[in-house]
Design a protein around this ligand. Sequence first.
Ligand SMILES: [Zn+2]
Length: 356
Amino acid sequence: MSAPFEMLLEAPVYGLSQSQKMPLLLARLRELSLHHREHCGSYRQISDAAQACEQAQHYAELLPLAVRLFKQRPLSSITQEQLFKTLSSSGTSGARSQIFLDRAAAALQSKVLVKIMQHWLGKKRLPMLLVEQPALIANRQGFSARGAGALGLSFLGRDHCYALDEQMQPNWPAIDAFCERFAGEPVFIFGFTFMLWQCLLQPLAERGILLPLKHAQIFHSGGWKKLQHLAVSPAQFNQCCEQHLGSAQVHNFYGMAEQTGTIFVSCEHGHLHAPMLADILIRDPRTGQPLGIGEAGLIQVFSGLPESYPGHSLLTEDLGIWLGEDDCPCGRRGRYFTVLGRETTAEVRGCSDTFS
Ligand SMILES: [Zn+2]
């Protein structure tokens, strides 16, 4: 393990200033570029064709691989013998992306995910309500990103309760039993944004139910796309969580199957924060040029983790705004941003959006 990588792994999740973090992360990302050039033929071809800079001094100089490439061809830097697990993202249309992990990569992903989440949840495992069907987790075959996401986070909780039945309806007896048992203590609620809204918050609202929970920590991800169609704003969503799930802290998080482990979690001000091993850059969708603070463009995400596949610098199909650096009122350091939604010309992709 290289020194910059080790320093980032050991660093507090949001404790490094951008000027402390960036040189370390850049060193790690350059190392990964070289590693993938050596071990992944397709990456080498793309990198050569793009005449990618090998000594990138800025994020903007790192080759941005389009996320959709993972759907079009296998991109792997490990041998068949090393393959431990394949993650696939669930797409509504067309191909799924495939992410190849060896044992070390899988272990590293969950180690970093746990470290990031412990920043928010504390080190003690909390009783966990998953806004999911039990079958999603039980069926590990095909291992969808949704299942993997929920399973990855389920390690952070205890006494798991699945809030939905096989028909995606609230399992009221299970929910009641969970609330009765854990009403007074902090609990961890996880669900994909749209499912949390449609399968739990709406049924609660229709029945006028307030769950008797006192300290719920709610984490949701998967995008606002479907909620925008329903004209639900993030503020309304959070308000609804507070009205029906007890006094709650609501955190949205942004992440993708292609960079499992390094997720961006929103703070109490609704800003998504880059953790120590990841960062973002916003690019102009037309020219590809890097944009500054306050301008909307395509989000490029960096992660210091991917060693078994070339996923360390990815251009997403999501639009976002870089909001600032080191100066969020919450006190967390590094870059913070917001996601606006999918670029309209981009191919529609799934995760929780697949359920309707
Ligand atoms: Zn913040």
